[in-house]
Design a binder for this molecule. Structure first.
Ligand code: SAM
Length: 280
């Protein structure tokens, strides 16, 4: 039974880090005159209205995308990201999900393969695909994104960006991420895999990035914490993006921007960020 609904969290601090990194990787892939696939194993609805009941209930977007919209001075890459988000959305009362950002940022010949297991979210995702008018180059699947990913690899283009973005509400997700990636890398060693994960006080959450480091020789890990852990031990202090086979420019791009992103999203004095890069 899936109870997680991204509408409660859309546009929060974790979305900003995830979508900023996704935006940078898409831009890099656009530079070559060769087609690529975009695969999203956990797509969500694709588009979120920030004035709806769910967003208003948590108000998480206020400390996320709203701060980005209101920021007066940003480093160039963050400014480009902000402009892209504002340009592609119907208005700034909405926030874009990963499939929406990918569809609007990738080149027009990019094929999208989108998985979403929750039935209601899947209906919304299909509405978003229709709104974007990308039906011809998009296939949506109402089933498990972990298994679905493996069935698509390697893609015919031999170039692909793959976003793996589970909610980790079910603890199995941690194991599934590792298990799926082991198989996925065997089938498609050169794919660019982007894995989002939360920074929590659970063992599984602390272990995940260390496990990810063992899967492939080339990776980048970027973490951004915006606050301290709550006293009861629950709650997400920050999040991370782990990229397998990152574009070579990404390390430098993040080094130039994460300090500013940290200041922008800061909620208390525990704010910090880190970047680790291995390119063996
Ligand atoms: N990637 C989206 C974005 O950045 O806008 C947000 C995705 S949200 C964190 C996770 C989504 O995965 C939820 O909509 C949930 O219903 C869906 N989901 C959960 N388990 C899944 C699975 N095994 N396969 C596909 N989708 C799943």
């Amino acid at each position: 039974m899936l109870s997680y609904r991204h509408a409660f969290h859309a546009g929060n601090f974790a979305d900003i880090l995830k979508h900023f990194v996704l935006f940078l990787v898409l831009q890099y892939y656009n530079q070559k005159d060769k087609p690529y696939f975009y695969i999203d194993t956990h797509s969500g609805a694709g588009l979120y209205c920030l004035s709806n009941e769910q967003s208003q209930k948590t108000g998480e977007y206020i400390d996320g995308v709203q701060r980005l919209y209101q920021a007066q001075s940003l480093p160039p890459l963050l400014s480009e990201f902000k402009n892209q988000i504002l340009n592609i959305l119907p208005d700034n009362n909405h926030y874009a999900g990963s499939p929406y950002i990918a569809a609007k940022t990738a080149k027009m010949d990019t094929k999208l393969r989108l998985f979403e297991q929750h039935n209601n979210e899947f209906i919304l995702l299909n509405q978003t695909v229709k709104l974007l008018n990308i039906q011809k180059r998009t296939i949506t699947h109402n089933n498990d994104g972990f298994n679905g990913l493996l069935s698509l690899l390697p893609p015919p283009t031999r170039r692909a960006i793959i976003l793996i973005d589970p909610s980790y509400e079910i603890k199995d997700d941690y194991e599934k991420v590792i298990h799926t990636l082991k198989k996925a890398i065997k089938k498609f060693a050169t794919g660019c895999f982007l894995i989002w994960y939360p920074i929590l006080q659970y063992e599984e959450s602390k272990r995940l990035p260390e496990q990810l480091k063992t899967l492939a020789p080339k990776w980048l890990k970027a973490e951004l914490s915006v606050k301290s852990f709550s006293k009861d031990g629950f709650g997400m202090a920050g999040s991370g993006m782990f990229i397998i086979n990152p574009p070579y420019v990404l390390n430098e791009q993040l080094k130039n921007t994460l300090a500013d992103l940290c200041s922008l999203l800061k909620q208390d004095n525990s704010t910090n960020y880190s970047i680790e890069y291995q390119n063996d």
